[in-house]
Ligand binder design. Structure first.
Ligand code: ATP
Length: 967
């Protein structure tokens, strides 16, 4: 029966059926899987293998949601009030105020909608990039596909570290253990097998099934997919899981807080302004009352940076897209800011700091050593005797046998594809295959040995073994092992010496360890190879210990050169006050040597071993992480402890990992970093960031990007807050000091410096284009020249607040002075009417915002430094200026905004007055720079670099004694 005939997919319990029957029912060939055409047909029929989230919000709901904001309600009230006033006064002409406010409400909504859509788009793109993958067999070929493309009947291949992509019935399982904690809450991995169950069992006991959302902890298996999407067990409880909404990041929370505080303050000020106007200006007509009311409302609306959270999302989203282009896939927007404040990067060595392209370069046996030349996977290179005197007889034969055993105890494959030599599987294992070819023994043993069992490699055990039936020994079974030499030695009792096998005594062990140390000090990754011939031709029962009394065949040294860009990245990180820790399973001397080559500064000067860590309690470990930067022969469990110790020391930790057991450490690090190429699905799911190229340099690039984004957020916060404060102060002081600046009420009007529509206009202009352009400001060269931000640092600190208020005051002063200059009376005598003077003042305030955009790019660096670096900003400024010219010169906009054309001289006057904001801030920056320089001269950390964006209250975070010196 084809699946489509079986009604709902979950209707038959596959655990009660023979595996062959399940395959038959789903039309799956147990060897070659489904045909590609059939897969496509089923994809169409069953849809994507996804948990269906709440139905997507229709566009109109999204649009409407833009209006769901208390400030917008206020504007609606304002519209109603002004329409009412217009009607009461006889409904002459157009109700301009109401129309302008309505237009502004719509423009705000459009802006909000567009930005929200953009952010959403970016998040979706990221989800696609970090999607989980599954291995399937289709039309006989094995391939990796996004798990979302799985269909019922697909033949899945499971391996250690894979995330199970759909519910499936096992057809084969070897030492398969699956962690089902996500589904059943059971933390212990469940052993799986193929046999049919006698009776229906609870989820956790269906040992012949695997379920979506769980992870393969060990072993391998094959299974036929029985349910996808909402039909899976996970789908049944999906309602509980569909709370995937992104939590607001700490930054967004803080900004929200600032917005609310500011909003409250502004509401109070607006109320005071309105009351002052009503009380002092003598309100006689309904129109006057409405003007006062509208002024209050518009002030409140203009001064609250309500667009901030959205702009921040957009800026984060754009940053995340840029990071993705640089191979760093960040899964959550909020991780971007954490990345920017990372103070320690803990990195694996193999493949991340090194190239991960293994070449076997040395073979050492009891008879002597050979050097194997050549690099990479091409089988080109010579084999030379490495010792003094003539080459000992039998050395080559023993080396060839050793490398042959190494090949047997591995699962990699190697071959030529389109003229390129490529490997599949573990590069360490592939190195043996290449070396075997160089030794002239290409495919030896292919027919001789038949694999009958395997004890898999784990990072904890650091060795692996296979059981092979040897045709030349009459099918008798041998154990062949390879692993870290120091570990393997504990399992050996004998050593091969030419044709002889001799007992491995203490002196012999010391000799081997000495060889290993020499290889390690030369940066070789070392592996030992050993074997034991069993008597029978039966493979031992599962669970019977076979890795004992082995005969040590010898040791090999594998070259894994450091990535050239890694050294630069390490230097970059240390300049930025970010400590680099190397945590590896490799030999301590190899680790130390590679660390030295890469410039990783290890204050202690020697690697700390996993076994050393075991002896330390938590306090001792905290002490140790201060002094040690290189950790060797560690297991994933140690990684977790190192993360905890560093976090207890106040660090923000980025930690890399690739194996299944790295998942807990990846989860508890502030930024777990998984490997896109060599990492397991499980580690990728646990991580916050995925390195598409496995490259350490990419982590540092992402930190740089994170810092750049954070500093841009500070820039537009500085800009928006000072603009808003400027508007509030202008109106507030204008009303209070009306008499001083010569502001008197015109007939039928009120003595207010700016009108409601003008304030809303300024707000719309500044909140949109220039603020966004600032969010994509090119990162300044100095982002990596200062220590990382500490956890306690505020985004908007005291220095920034002080600057914001000062700039606001200057804006207000310039605007009101212009009003005074043009109006008769006041401090300076002028001869313009109120309409003219107000238009000029309005223009001054707009231009002041534009000048301020140039200021806001840095707290301390002159605006003239890299003045044209951000072309988006100039485009935004140009657009804003053009719009203001239109508002001043186009007749219909004159009516809408109560403006009148200005002369060229007046425009110049406005520009001159507005530019005082620029000159004032330049002066302020100069003073700050001087103060910074003298502080630096006095050796006081904190602001560190001249161009620091940090507040003056922040202490320097915990620093590496060597690396963390501020640039
Ligand atoms: P990193 O954590 O930096 O990636 P690593 O890859 O060296 O380090 P492990 O994979 O745990 O860490 O390897 C530790 C040791 O185990 C290696 O130094 C090597 O001696 C041995 N080893 C590595 N891969 C294998 C393998 N496939 N078979 C047998 N032994 C191996």
């Amino acid at each position: 029966m084809a699946p489509e005939e079986s009604g709902t997919l979950a209707s038959v319990d596959a655990s009660l059926e023979e595996s062959a029957a399940v395959a038959l029912r789903f039309g799956t060939d147990p060897e070659s899987g489904l045909g590609v055409a059939e897969v496509r047909r089923r994809q169409e029929r069953f849809g994507p293998n996804e948990l269906v989230e709440a139905p997507p919000e229709p566009t109109w709901v999204k649009v409407l949601r833009q209006f769901r904001d208390p400030l917008i309600y206020l504007l609606f009230v304002a519209i109603a009030v002004s329409v009412a006033a217009w009607a009461l006064e006889g409904a002459h002409g157009w109700p301009y105020d109401a129309l302008v406010i309505a237009a502004i409400v719509v423009a705000n909504a459009v802006l909000g909608f567009v930005q929200e859509a953009r952010a959403e788009h970016a998040v979706q793109a990221l989800e696609r990039m970090s999607a989980t993958m599954s291995t399937v067999v289709r039309d006989g070929a094995q391939e990796r596909v996004p798990s979302r493309d799985l269909v019922p009947g697909d033949l899945m291949v499971l391996g250690e570290g894979d995330a199970v992509g759909a519910d499936a019935r096992l057809l084969a399982a070897t030492a398969l253990q699956v962690s089902e904690a996500s589904l059943t809450g059971e933390s212990e991995a469940v052993r799986k097998q193929v046999e049919v169950l006698a009776e229906p069992a609870a989820l956790g006991d269906r040992q012949n099934m695997v379920f979506q959302g769980t992870a393969v902890a060990q072993g391998v298996g094959r299974a036929v997919v029985t349910a996808t999407g909402m039909h899976t067990e996970m789908g049944q409880i999906a309602d509980l899981l569909l709370t995937t909404e992104e939590e607001p990041s700490p930054l967004q929370v803080e900004i929200g807080h600032i917005g609310r505080t500011l909003g409250l303050a502004v509401l109070v000020i607006a109320a005071v302004v309105t009351a002052t106007v009503l009380l002092t200006a003598g309100v006689h007509t309904a129109q006057q009352a409405v003007t006062a009311l509208l002024l209050g409302v518009s002030l409140a609306v203009a001064a609250v940076p309500e667009g901030l959270p959205t702009i921040i999302s957009v800026v984060l989203a754009l940053g995340v897209q840029r990071m993705a282009a640089r191979n760093a896939i960040v899964k959550r927007l909020s991780s971007v800011e954490t990345l920017g404040s990372a103070s320690v990067i803990c990195s694996d060595k193999t493949g991340t700091l090194t190239r991960g392209e293994m070449t076997l370069g040395r073979v050492v046996t009891a008879l002597g050593g050979l050097t194997v030349t050549g690099a990479g996977y091409r089988p080109e290179g010579a084999v030379e005797y490495a010792g003094p005197g003539p080459e000992p007889p039998g050395l080559r034969e023993q080396a060839t046998e050793l490398v042959g055993y190494g090949c047997l105890a591995g699962n990699a494959t190697w071959g030529e594809v389109d003229g390129e030599w490529e490997i599949q599987g573990d590069p360490t294992e592939a190195a043996f295959l290449v070396a075997r070819a160089k030794l002239g023994n290409g495919s030896a043993g292919a027919d001789r040995y038949r694999r009958v069992g395997e004890v898999p490699f784990t990072s904890e055990r650091k060795m692996m073994s296979v059981l092979v039936a040897d045709a030349e020994r009459g099918g008798r079974v041998s154990v062949v092992s390879k692993g870290a030499p120091d570990v393997l030695l504990d399992h050996c009792a004998w050593v091969q010496s030419g044709p002889d096998v001799v007992a491995l005594d203490q002196a012999g062990r010391r000799r081997v360890l000495h060889e290993v140390e020499q290889l390690s000090a030369d940066a070789f990754r070392t592996l030992g190879v050993a074997y034991r011939h069993l008597d029978g031709d039966q493979s031992p029962e599962p669970g019977v210990e076979v890795e004992h009394d082995l005969v040590l065949s010898g040791v090999v040294g594998i070259i894994d050169p450091p990535r050239p860009e890694a050294a630069l990245a390490v230097a970059d990180a240390s300049r930025a006050g970010v400590r680099v820790l190397m945590i590896t399973g490799d030999h301590p001397l190899t680790a130390s040597r590679i660390a030295r080559d890469l410039g990783v500064v290890d204050p202690a000067g020697r690697a700390l071993r996993g076994t050393d860590l075991d002896e330390l309690d938590d306090v001792g470990l905290r002490e140790a992480v201060r002094r040690h930067s290189v950790y060797a022969r560690v297991t994933p469990r140690h990684k977790q402890r190192i993360v905890d110790a560093l976090q207890a020391e106040g660090h923000i930790v980025a930690m890399t990992g690739d194996g299944v057991n790295d998942a807990p450490a990846l989860k508890s690090a502030d930024i777990g970093v998984a490997m896109g190429r060599s990492g397991t699905e499980v580690s990728r799911e646990a991580a916050r960031m995925i390195l598409a190229d496995d490259n350490f340099a990419t982590i540092v690039a992402a930190v740089r990007e994170g810092r750049g984004i954070f500093s841009n957020i500070k820039k537009f916060l500085r800009y928006l807050l000072s603009s808003n404060v400027g508007e509030v102060l202008t109106v507030f002081l204008g009303v209070v000091l009306a008499g001083v600046v010569g502001l008197t009420a015109p007939a039928g009007g009120l003595a207010v410096p700016l009108l409601a529509t003008q304030i809303l206009w300024i707000n719309l202009l500044t909140d949109s284009a220039p603020a966004l352009a600032m969010g994509v400001d090119p990162e300044s060269e100095d982002v990596m020249a200062r220590p990382p931000r500490s956890r306690s640092d505020r985004v908007v600190d005291l220095t920034m607040w002080r600057g914001v208020v000062e700039v606001g005051l200057v804006m207000a002063a310039a605007t009101l002075l212009t009003l005074d200059l043009m109006l008769p009376g006041g401090l300076v005598e002028g001869d313009s009417n109120l309409l003219h003077a107000r238009t000029a003042a309005f223009t001054v305030l707009v231009l002041a915002q534009l000048f301020n955009a140039l200021n806001a790019r840095s707290e301390t660096v002159s605006a003239f430094h890299g003045l044209f670096a951000n072309r988006w900003l100039w485009a935004a400024l140009g657009l804003s200026l053009l719009l203001q010219v239109a508002v001043v010169h186009l007749p219909f906009l004159n009516r809408a905004f109560t403006t009148t054309p200005l002369t060229v001289q007046e425009w110049l006057l406005c520009a001159g007055m507005a530019s005082t904001v620029l000159w004032f801030v330049e002066l302020r920056k100069l003073v700050l720079r001087r103060a910074g320089a003298s502080r630096l001269g006095a050796g006081i950390p904190g602001e560190g670099s001249l161009t620091s964006d940090r507040g003056d209250t922040a202490p320097t975070p915990v620093q590496d004694p060597v690396q963390g010196q501020p640039g």
